[in-house]
Design a protein around this ligand. Sequence first.
Ligand SMILES: Cc1ncc(CN)c(N)n1
Length: 252
Amino acid sequence: MRLQTERQTDRLYRGTSEMEEKGKNGDQKEGVIDTWKKKHHQLWVGATRHPLILSISDGTIHLPAFKRWLGQDYIFVRALVPFVASLIVKAWKESDDSSDVEIILRGMAALSDELEWFKKQANKWGVHLSEMLVPSRPNQEYCRFLESLMGPEVEYTVAVTAYWAIEAVYQESFALCLEEGTRTPPELMDTCQRWGNEAFGKYCSSLKAIAERRFKKTSDEEVIKKAEVVFLRVLEHEIEFWNMSRGDPQHQ
Ligand SMILES: Cc1ncc(CN)c(N)n1
């Protein structure tokens, strides 16, 4: 059963071999993004090794925290859809490589599947995803931030960096829970597999490669600076989101 879930999720993100080849560039020599990850190491680790994720990986996660995360993340993923749609428009208008639209479109298709997955999980865990579910303050702020990136004044390079960061934080976080020697509860393996799987890792690499290609091409240093700020904002929002899921009272 688990194997089947893995294959289904893998298939969603798998592109053509040409796309994956391009994605590899995101992993090879150190680029701008790797420099940022080192420069802002503490924030990066804060977002990708958050206590909530560590509690999944060591099996001490509290069920209410998981359920809170599940309901709130459903709201967030719904808000991610129009952001990715706006990114497709930017790619179509501004990109120098026509395969960008297809790569981002695959992410969009996966979000559709993700929303269905959330509904099934909510059913399984007794979480109500009705209109009554109120977005927490950190979630509202994160969604507002996404909205601020949708306008035509935000450059494609900046917006694609944000998209990469949003997906990469989840990929690195949940991949940790799948590592050998972790004590991830079996009933949460499906969740960890959803974002921690290798195909999603490759997908994140192809987004990273797009961003790196854009950094190389731009002659406008301001755009790279703006992309770095957006990268940092994503990490801060992700940390706040995990804090809120954990139930920290000051983050509700
Ligand atoms: C908060 C958050 N960040 C990222 C993802 C990955 N799509 C997500 N589902 N939720």
